[in-house]
Design a protein around this ligand. Structure first.
Ligand SMILES: [Zn+2]
Length: 313
């Protein structure tokens, strides 16, 4: 965070400190990143960029990306302030990704799987033709090679710029998952904050195992839209992972630090291996402790800089 002259806070992504979106604590960036972008004081799980998620989940060097030839297209000539094709080009340039999902094969604790990870950094993880097609192809690949499929979701929903084509992805991905199911394959959905709209209403909710990260907002329409429509106050914790676990819509809540162990256990179970052996946590790696400097003060005094007096000759 940087401070402006008026004392208002200004986001500065490259800064030493970041503020927790949930509890407001000032987090030392280096320590925060070492804790896999989880807030130390309150446990809030920040949204994780797709490539970081893969690095945290897959065995080092095991991920082999697939379907990179799939590119989005502006079929409707959609224009929302900026034409969609321009927006795509800008986002591709900024993120270095072609679209909002990265898919491929990997191993987790030595067990092979097909891994598909949504990337919120790309147009809010919205689902258009490429996201849908990659999920469908990942499910078909899992059915073909006989490895379980893991999908990490993080999405604002269907991509409005692609109109009905984006909605079609809901049926297509569910169809591909049904095929995987018929062939005896196993699918695992991990819903992370936030998973909403057409993604929740399709592939993220129809896998065999439904996991969620703590505190994740998971739903179709947002809570504000629902409250306005039904003109009622919503219950506490509505659409949060813990609320949905209680209602039976989520099977298990798994913290980021335990996710790899939990996935390895499920993969072992799904492929007839020994789940107990797979669940053994990896030996602890000695990590150099990070000593955080003093955080910036909440309300620093804004002293106007005084002009230096010219030195007397
Ligand atoms: Zn926090």
């Amino acid at each position: 965070m940087a401070w402006t002259r008026t004392g208002k806070k200004k986001d500065m992504p490259g800064g030493l400190w970041i503020k927790c979106e949930s509890c407001g604590a000032m987090l030392f960036r280096k320590e925060f990143e070492q804790k896999q972008r989880v807030c130390g004081p309150c446990g809030y799980h920040f949204t994780l960029p797709g490539r970081e998620r893969i690095a945290l989940t897959a065995d080092p060097g095991s991920f082999e990306e697939r379907f990179t030839e799939l590119m989005p297209a502006d079929r409707l000539g959609f224009n929302d302030k900026v034409p969609y094709d321009q927006k795509l080009a800008q986002t591709q340039q900024k993120t270095g990704e072609t679209d909002a999902l990265i898919a491929g094969t990997a191993t987790i604790k030595g067990i092979p799987c097909v891994l598909a990870v949504m990337n919120f950094q790309f147009l809010g993880g919205s689902m258009g033709m490429v996201v849908g097609e990659k999920v469908a192809r990942a499910a078909e690949l899992a059915a073909e090679i006989g490895h379980p499929l893991i999908v990490f979701s993080c999405s604002g929903g269907a991509r409005m710029h692609e109109g009905a084509v984006s909605l079609m992805q809901m049926a297509k991905t569910c169809g591909a998952l049904a095929l995987l199911n018929r062939k005896g394959g196993v699918s695992i959905s991990v819903m992370t904050h936030p998973t909403t709209g057409g993604v929740t209403a399709s592939f993220a909710s129809v896998c065999d195992f439904l996991l969620a990260e703590p505190g994740a907002l998971l739903g179709f329409a947002g809570p504000r839209v629902i409250a306005t429509t039904i003109k009622k106050e919503l219950p506490k914790g509505f659409q949060r992972a813990e609320f949905l676990l209680e209602k039976g819509q989520v099977d298990r809540i798994v913290g980021r630090a335990q996710m790899r162990d939990e996935l390895a256990r499920l993969l072992a179970y799904a492929t007839g291996r020994d789940p107990v052996a797979a669940f053994k946590p990896a030996p602890a790696v000695a990590v150099e402790p990070i000593v955080a400097p003093e955080p910036p003060p909440e309300e620093p005094e804004q002293k106007p800089k005084r002009a230096r007096k010219p030195k007397k000759a």
